[in-house]
Ligand binder design. Structure first.
Ligand code: IPE
Ligand code: IPE
Ligand code: MG
Length: 235
């Protein structure tokens, strides 16, 4: 089965560049190409939701020079790919604190989100200035401010306050670069996600590698706490 929602931790750009004696910026640039190819492949396959970890809150403490390159790259990517998103009927959404981003980035992001808001074939979420714990805290603050009765708060009502409101939880989380951790990604939503790890650095993660991950996923048995017998009995 095809996952409804794939979430990716695009890691290893810096190491990819170092391996080649290049500056980290070249790794980020190559990473952008890989991202474009994966978006297109997901759209072709009919994946309805794709989330790309583009910048964590913690990444904001990186050197100013690297950050300004990353923001520049993002702005150029979004401007250049707006047409592709519209042609492929892909809606852009941002998960994260947009207000904390530089003005130029905010402007472009808002404009592309607005332009693509009626696209219905796929949702592309960019996790930008995103932190899973922060997302959970924000939801708590909103609910407390609403004066909600704790007794009536359900998991669904809580999920509706997250950045991913209205979207299914990720079925598959892919992380490149050999690191085996979540790095504050989709902490609430990842409850029953399947994980796929590869040692490849992100710029080397091609559509064919995505196909491999999907093939692997297709052989998983998701139990959601039940026994294998219950599942075969269709309970
Ligand atoms: C992922 O690659 C991209 C971002 C976090 C922005 P890294 O920049 O983390 O690359 P490594 O992990 O240092 O190789
Ligand atoms: C996670 O990668 C964030 C993104 C891919 C955007 P990091 O490189 O920031 O994660 P850690 O620091 O190795 O856990
Ligand atoms: Mg990294």
């Amino acid at each position: 089965m095809l996952p409804r929602h794939i979430a990716v931790i695009m890691d290893g750009n810096g190491r990819w560049a170092r391996q080649r004696g290049l500056p980290r910026s070249e790794g980020h640039k190559a990473g952008t190409e890989a991202a474009r190819a994966v978006v297109t492949r997901c759209r072709e396959l009919g994946v309805r939701h794709l989330t790309l970890y583009t910048l964590s809150r913690e990444n904001l403490s990186r050197p100013a020079e690297e950050l300004s390159y990353l923001f520049d790259l993002l702005v150029r990517f979004l401007k250049k790919e707006t047409r592709l998103l519209l042609e492929q009927d892909i809606r852009l959404k941002i998960l994260g604190e947009v207000e904390g981003l530089p003005f130029g980035v905010r402007q472009v992001v808002r404009s592309v989100v607005e332009k693509t808001k009626d696209c219905g074939s796929m949702t592309l979420n960019l996790a930008l200035n995103y932190g899973g714990r922060d997302e959970i805290l924000r939801a708590c603050r909103t609910l407390l401010a609403k004066g909600l009765d704790p007794a009536v708060l359900t998991e669904e009502a809580f999920a509706a306050e997250l950045y991913t409101s209205g979207q299914p939880d990720p079925d598959l989380i892919i992380r490149t670069s050999g690191e085996l951790r979540l790095s504050n990604y989709l902490l609430f939503q990842a409850a029953y996600a399947e994980f796929y790890f590869t040692d490849l650095y992100w710029p080397d993660f091609s559509p064919a590698e995505l196909d491999k991950a999907l093939e692997d996923y297709a052989h998983r048995q998701r139990r959601f706490g039940k026994t294998g017998d219950q599942l075969t009995a269709g309970e």
